[in-house]
Design a protein. Structure first.
Ligand code: ZN
Length: 318
């Protein structure tokens, strides 16, 4: 089937009349208009041609478009469905391009860690130009004046190959980025963008671009081993880092009940954050207070913060 075609249109309004020639009742409007279609989708009418046609004797008479029944005229809108769609899609695409450009300027001016830059390898890293010349660089550090990137070990010929790499979470593989970083001044980076050495900038959402991970989620909050190592607290930290919160809670409970202030701090935080357990501010305050009474500086800060939203007046502070 041809994608573009000019199949004849149907009559929308098909009222029978009497034939002036043979008086048959099968004298009706027929539509011989040509419409350019994409597959079955009409895009634009090429010619409007209606006739009255008799099924009995074959007599035909031309009908000009302005004498068509109003319903048939109103139905002309159907010929433009494809055109309206095309205009709509183009408008969206153009607006999208503008939005992307606006975002890129914003990303340059207000950088964020893990902003992802699409670059021409030869211009950005100074490597010799090869057929595969496209690369990904990711912002890993910045301050007011400079920006530091980690640069991919991989190069690509086409941008779509980069999109595939992102979609398949290649960027979070261990060897994807070189361990060496590159630092430029902000001004240099802007220059790269202006001369198109950087041809696109994207900011990951939920650690992802194109549906695949492009960065590791940030590590959970630091846990406290303390100065003097405590076996249960250490075990709890190991569990916690593996995401085994129930086991971590048990280990921190043993450590806390054993009187170890860092274990009490960790346990208090888990009750406060509802990890491995329901949120329990009463228990959180209890254990943070225990650790504070032992002079744990971190616990003191955490407790003070908790007491802003939780009534700590019943705590035994001696
Ligand atoms: Zn007839």
């Amino acid at each position: 089937m041809l994608l573009f075609n000019t199949a004849a249109a149907d009559v929308f309004y098909k009222k029978q009349k009497t034939c002036p020639h043979c008086h048959s009742e099968h004298f009706s409007l027929s539509n011989h208009s040509k419409v350019l279609r994409f597959s079955i989708l009409p895009i634009i009418p090429l010619s409007i041609n209606y006739q009255h046609q008799c099924d009995a004797c074959g007599y035909t008479s031309a009908v000009s478009w302005y004498s068509l029944p109003p319903l048939e005229l109103a139905s002309f809108i159907k010929y433009f469905i494809g055109l309206v769609l095309i205009v709509y899609i183009l408008t969206k695409a153009i607006l999208g391009i503008h939005e992307q450009a606006d975002n890129e300027i914003r990303y340059l001016n207000e950088p964020k860690k893990f902003d992802t830059y699409f670059v021409y390898s030869d211009k950005f890293t100074g490597e010799p130009k090869r057929i595969n010349n496209l690369k990904v660089a990711q912002l890993v550090e910045f301050d007011d004046k400079s920006m530091t990137f980690r640069v991919a070990n991989y190069t690509y010929k086409y941008n779509k190959d980069i999109e595939i790499a992102m979609r398949t979470s290649m960027l979070v593989q261990d060897d994807y980025f070189s361990s060496k970083t590159m630092t430029f001044t902000k001004q240099q980076v802007k220059q790269f963008y202006e001369d198109n050495s950087i041809y696109k900038i994207m900011r990951p959402e939920l650690y992802s671009l194109y549906g695949g991970f492009v960065m590791h989620p940030p590590k959970p909050k630091p846990l406290y081993a303390g100065v003097k190592l405590d076996k249960h607290n250490q075990q709890g930290i190991t569990y916690f880092k593996d995401g085994q919160f129930k086991e971590a809670l048990e280990s921190f409970t043993l450590s806390a009940k054993g009187g170890y202030s860092w274990g009490q701090l960790n346990l208090g935080q888990m009750y406060r954050d509802g990890q491995g357990t329901e949120v329990n501010n009463e228990k959180a305050a209890y254990w943070l207070n225990k650790a504070t009474l032992q002079g744990n500086p971190k616990a003191k800060i955490e407790l003070a913060e908790l007491c802003l939203s939780y009534d700590c007046s019943k705590l035994n502070t001696q």
